[in-house]
Design a protein around this ligand. Structure first.
Ligand code: SF4
Length: 752
């Protein structure tokens, strides 16, 4: 591909797309939504809140991107007409994710019984009474509670409390499918599981690593920080098997110069290792640093533990092994390592290219190793930055939507709220374990607040069967997605319409990936029947416990049940969170002070680590060995497109990669030639778990032997292999083969 033809991220087409979206939803409505003092509904970078919509915590305005506008676009829709629900469930199943999302807002509660094949519109009282009866009749250990990162801290806190008082620790969230490996890895190395830098730190660093992430599509405003780093003479090192156009050049809509020049250079160095070989790359960089005496011995001696074992392992690892594992030459690695050796302030950012592997925790630990090697954690403008997905996914974990609480938090809940939680603090099931229990017929009722658990789960055919094995599911949602129409053929479901963030009747809070807690005013009224998630949970809790008491449930009468009515006041919820969750003290009066804040003890501008001995820890990891065989000789990673956010599909076209459809597979031109394929060829892609039939081939700049396909469509190929420590599935290391097309669209081989 000649240089002049290289696609560029951002630019005029993004401006025009945003303009079209704004026009479609109406200028007045979109301006109101974007300027209101609410946290951006899309990515975890964080914009909005009390400094005003489209403003970041540094006061920069306008800080907005097309992802933010897209997220508003489906909330500002009229309700789905009731007549639509006369259609059969099978008709809904034929709709694409994009079509379902754009049917409109869910305007009324829906019910589907076990033996019906269509939805019935029901009223709220019936829906909540029915749901409460189902939960009250179920043994708590046969239930689970799940939430996405869309919900507020307040709703998340009430959800996990409801589950625990009800009697189960089967409480989890979507991060088990994305960044859980980050939390586990960082907790082990530095004692805290989130970013060590704040947004302002990105303005002072001279080097930013972007590893296994594509922020041009997924965290668009981060690109501005990368470009600014380049503009002040710094470097941006991208490590990604795929050469993503938006990370090579990006035309920043805010910069006339960038637009006129056809885009600004983003990456100063771009390494394309084989899929899954991150530890080899990081070991190579560490080896060069040690060989050239560029490590920070003083920092290591004073603030770190277990360095000797790490050094011995690096010394025992040959360059030959590093090269053959990563597919990169010693020279390529040395060039980047030399840049790192000269850096005085480096930030390491990463995404799911790091976590979506069977050794995801090890990958995260190795990024931490590399940063510690030069003392880059615990000083201003340097540190670790996991690029979190949804706008409050980090907050949901912070406030306790997880299967295991720390003993400190568990005890504080019992003391502060005067409650005894029946299941104690024994670990509950993570997200994948809940689906596995469902597949074994061990779950009777489940609550899903937001998200799309069906499409977020690997092995789609198995996921659908597992969800259908749950007798009754209760969904809280703003719009319909595939998760609301799959996995309920033989079971019952309630789908309840809830308010979006900016429609909340009382203000709520969210936490960005920089540990910054924002306060969202809410208050916009769009959908008459939509209720706040908090109000639904409070009402449901009261009904569940009343039903249990009526039926003389001895366990229930023994429990000094929490007064859920008090949580009708969001202030009251925040006061409980402030008293229970470490570092969240400032939440108690955020509604009065209107002062947004960084959670205490997370940003590390000095080398103070939360491990028991106060030292950060080096961790030894084995070198990655590519697992391929004669039957499945290629590696595939699932990726998001420019036109989607998580599992929500806003447009079919992936404009940055030049792929106009989602039923597509991308591979190296040489591999295409070897396999006799050209752009537009139609093939079948198979794995041990399923097959994508009649999928169109597109060339892409990837290492030989590596392929990409879109998530969630390609989940049919992904198995349940996961990182044993974090339980994060290996969405980005799937063994596959390419076969001549046999027609049809898709077939899950699993279970046959
Ligand atoms: S970068 Fe993320 S937080 Fe900022 S406006 Fe875009 S979607 Fe919202």
């Amino acid at each position: 591909m000649s240089k002049s033809k290289l696609p560029v991220g951002g630019g005029a087409k993004k401006i025009l797309y945003t303009l079209q979206t704004v026009k479609r939803i109406g200028l007045a409505d979109s301006a109101k939504a974007l300027r209101a003092k609410n946290t951006c509904k899309a990515c975890g970078l964080g914009m909005g809140g009390q400094l005003g919509g489209m403003t970041n915590e540094q006061g920069d305005f306008p800080s907005v991107c097309n992802k933010s506008v897209q997220a508003q676009s489906t909330d500002i829709q009229p309700p789905i007409p009731e007549a639509i629900f006369t259609h059969d469930l099978d008709d809904f199943k034929k709709l694409s994710a994009h079509e379902l999302e754009h049917l409109g807002r869910l305007g009324q509660p829906l019910y589907k019984s076990k033996d019906q094949s269509n939805f019935t519109v029901v009223d709220w009282d019936w829906a909540l009474t029915h749901a409460a009866k189902k939960f009250a009749q179920t043994a708590p250990e046969r239930s689970f509670f799940y939430t996405s990162g869309r919900s507020s801290n307040e709703a998340g806190f009430v959800l996990q409390l409801l589950a625990r008082v009800y009697g189960t620790n089967n409480v989890n969230n979507c991060s088990f499918y994305c960044h859980q490996a980050t939390g586990v890895g960082l907790a082990n190395t530095i004692g805290t599981g989130t970013s060590t830098v704040e947004l302002a730190d990105l303005d002072g660093c001279d080097l930013i690593f972007v590893i296994g992430a594509n922020p041009a599509s997924n965290h668009p405003r981060f690109i501005h920080k990368l470009k600014a780093c380049r503009d002040r003479g710094g470097h941006v090192v991208v490590i990604n098997p795929a050469r993503e156009p938006g990370l090579v050049k990006f035309a920043l809509p805010k910069s006339a110069r960038s637009l006129i020049a056809g885009g600004s250079d983003i990456a100063s160095h771009y390494l394309q290792p084989r899929i899954g070989s991150d530890i080899a790359v990081l070991k190579g960089l560490a080896k060069w640093i040690l060989e050239h005496g560029a490590e920070d011995r003083d920092f290591i001696d004073h603030y770190c533990a277990d360095f000797d074992a790490f050094e011995q392992d690096i010394n025992a690892t040959s360059w030959l092994d590093i090269e053959s594992s990563s597919g990169l030459s010693q020279h390529q690695l040395a060039e980047v390592a030399a840049v790192y050796a000269k850096s005085t302030q480096a930030v390491f950012a990463w995404g799911m290219g790091i976590t979506h592997h069977a050794n995801g925790v090890g990958n995260v630990e190795y990024i931490s190793n590399l940063a510690l090697l030069r003392g880059m954690i615990g000083r201003p403008c340097s540190g670790l930055l996991p690029l979190r997905g949804h706008s409050n996914v980090q907050g949901i974990g912070t406030i306790g939507v997880k299967p295991v609480l720390s003993d400190e938090v568990f005890q504080r809940i019992e003391t502060e709220l005067g409650v005894s939680m029946p299941a104690g603090n024994a670990g509950g099931m993570d997200t994948l374990a809940c689906l596995e229990a469902s597949s074994r017929g061990e779950i009777d009722v489940a609550m899903m607040m937001g998200g799309n658990l069906y499409e977020a789960t690997p092995e789609s055919a198995w996921a659908e069967r597992s969800l259908d094995a749950i007798d009754c599911k209760v969904y809280l949602t703003t719009t319909l997605n595939k998760g609301h129409v799959h996995g309920l053929t033989n079971s019952e479901a309630l789908i309840l319409p809830v308010a979006a963030r900016d429609e909340e009747p009382q203000p709520t809070t969210q936490e960005s990936m920089f540990n910054f807690v924002r306060f969202s005013d809410g208050g916009i009224k769009r959908i008459a029947e939509a209720r706040s998630e908090v109000d639904v949970l409070v009402d449901l809790a009261k009904r569940i416990f009343a039903t249990r008491s009526e039926h003389g449930d001895s366990k229930q009468t023994e429990i000094n049940t929490v007064d859920f009515s008090a949580f009708s006041s969001r202030r009251s919820i925040r006061q409980s969170i402030a008293a229970i969750i470490p570092g969240m003290q400032d939440l108690a009066d955020i509604d009065v002070a209107k002062k947004e804040f960084h959670i205490r003890n997370r940003i590390k501008h000095s080398p103070e680590f939360s491990n028991a001995d106060g030292r950060a820890r080096f961790v030894v990891q084995p070198l990655f060995k590519a697992v391929v065989d004669a039957v499945y000789p290629m590696r595939l990673m699932t990726v998001r497109s420019e036109g989607q956010f998580n599992s929500i599909i806003y447009e079919q076209n992936d404009s940055y990669r030049g792929v106009p459809e989602r039923w597509a597979v991308m591979l190296n031109r040489d591999d295409m030639g070897r396999l006799g394929l050209v752009k537009g060829s139609v093939v079948d892609v198979s794995s041990r778990h399923g097959c994508m039939r009649s999928v169109t081939v597109y060339p892409f700049d990837l290492p030989s032997g590596d392929m990409m396909a879109y998530y969630p469509e390609a989940n049919v190929l992904v198995g349940r292999e996961h990182d044993p420590r974090s339980k994060t599935p290996a969405f980005k290391s799937v063994q596959v083969n390419i076969l001549a097309s046999t027609g049809g669209q898709q077939e899950g081989l699993a279970g046959q």
